[in-house]
Structure formats: structure tokens, C-alpha cells
Ligand binder design. Structure first.
Ligand code: ADP
Length: 171
């Protein structure tokens, strides 16, 4: 059975990776599919995110990375997937996720949404939180895969070019 794990993954966190690893043990094939969320302005391009996820999922032989522009269910049907995999962290996720699951079911009866409860240690973790910490120079190495931590550091380390010094006042 093929499962699609759709999301923004901007960037992938250890919470996402945990869902991917557990999903890969439940399903024959997992497609991590980067979707465009119109309500979010991404920090990383789709190609950068594909590379990031590819690098940290190399050990998982039944995991593929892709992206799509269409409705999630349209993409799932195209890929012959019966399952949409999503993660649940806190109660506030539940309302949105349940609404999405019902909406997707109304669009494609044959596609089921399966939720994996987050592992305890990642229940507070989100991509936005990670970006916020990195932006202010904090360490995110315990929250994201190593390759992503390095890219985040580079991203926020671009200090603006220094202004030319003012000319010395003439004596
Ligand atoms: P989206 O823009 O579709 O919400 P995200 O990348 O934010 O994309 O999340 C994709 C999925 O991964 C969602 O189902 C979200 O609840 C889940 N997720 C995000 N962070 C975690 C985490 N720390 N633990 C478990 N699931 C998570």
C-alpha cells in the first residue's frame, strides 16, 4: 500500500522525520510530497527542500520525495495511493487536520487519512519554531537533521555588507 505524506516541510524537522521513519515501517512505499501552502511564505525553494529531505532519508529504501501543485487527493489518485499520512502533535492540530481529512474524503472516497501521533519528544516541534530560533542565532541541531541545521545557519548568517567607512574629516 502506497502512502503519501504531504506537507510544506519548510524545513523538514526531526518530528517530520520521525513520522516518515514510522510510516515507512507501516506502508510498502511512502511518498513525501511537498505541497504549496498558499498561507505560508517558504524560506526554502521546493528544490532545496527536496534535496534536504533526500539527504536525511537516504537510509529508508521505500521512501521517495516528490512535489505537487494540484489538490492533495488528485495527486494521491495519480500515484495510486490509498493513504494520506499526517502527524498530530497537540490538540490545536486536531481541528485543522480533521477538517482536512473530512474535506479530502468528500473529494475522494477511496483515499483514507491516517494520523500518527507525534513521539513525545517532538510534540512541541514545528518548522516555524525552528526558523524562529535559527533567525535569532540559537542552535537547532537537536531539532532538525544535521544537513538542515547547516543550511539554516548559512541562511541566517548572511550578514548585510558593511557600509563603506565615512571619509576622514579634513584637518
Ligand atoms: P502543512 O503546511 O501541510 O501543515 P507541515 O510541514 O507543517 O505542512 O506539516 C506536515 C505534517 O507533519 C502535518 O500533518 C503536521 O501535523 C505534521 N507534523 C509537523 N511537525 C510534526 C511533529 N513535530 N511531530 C509529528 N507530526 C508533525
Amino acid at each position: 500500500m502506497i502512502a503519501i505524506y504531504p506537507g510544506s516541510f519548510d524545513p523538514i524537522t526531526l518530528g517530520h522525520l520521525d513520522v516518515i521513519e514510522r510510516g515507512s515501517q507501516l506502508f510498502e512505499h511512502v511518498i513525501v510530497a511537498i505541497s504549496r501552502n498558499p498561507n505560508k511564505r517558504p524560506l526554502f525553494t521546493v528544490q532545496e527542500r527536496i534535496n534536504q529531505i533526500q539527504t536525511c532519508t537516504q537510509h529508508l529504501t521505500n521512501v521517495e520525495i516528490d512535489h505537487f501543485e494540484s489538490l492533495t487527493v488528485t495527486y494521491a489518485l495519480e500515484k495510486n495511493a490509498k493513504v494520506l499520512l499526517r502527524g498530530l502533535r497537540v490538540l490545536s492540530d486536531f481541528e485543522y487536520e480533521l477538517q482536512m481529512a473530512h474535506t479530502n474524503k468528500s473529494l475522494a472516497l477511496s483515499v483514507e487519512t491516517v494520523f500518527l501521533a507525534t513521539s513525545n519528544e517532538y510534540s512541541f516541534l514545528s518548522s516555524s519554531l525552528v526558523k524562529e530560533i535559527a533567525k535569532f542565532g540559537g542552535s537547532v541541531s537537536h531539532l532538525v537533521p544535521n544537513n538542515v541545521a547547516i543550511e539554516l545557519e548559512k541562511c541566517y548568517d548572511k550578514t548585510p555588507p558593511s557600509k563603506p567607512a565615512p571619509p576622514n574629516p579634513q584637518p
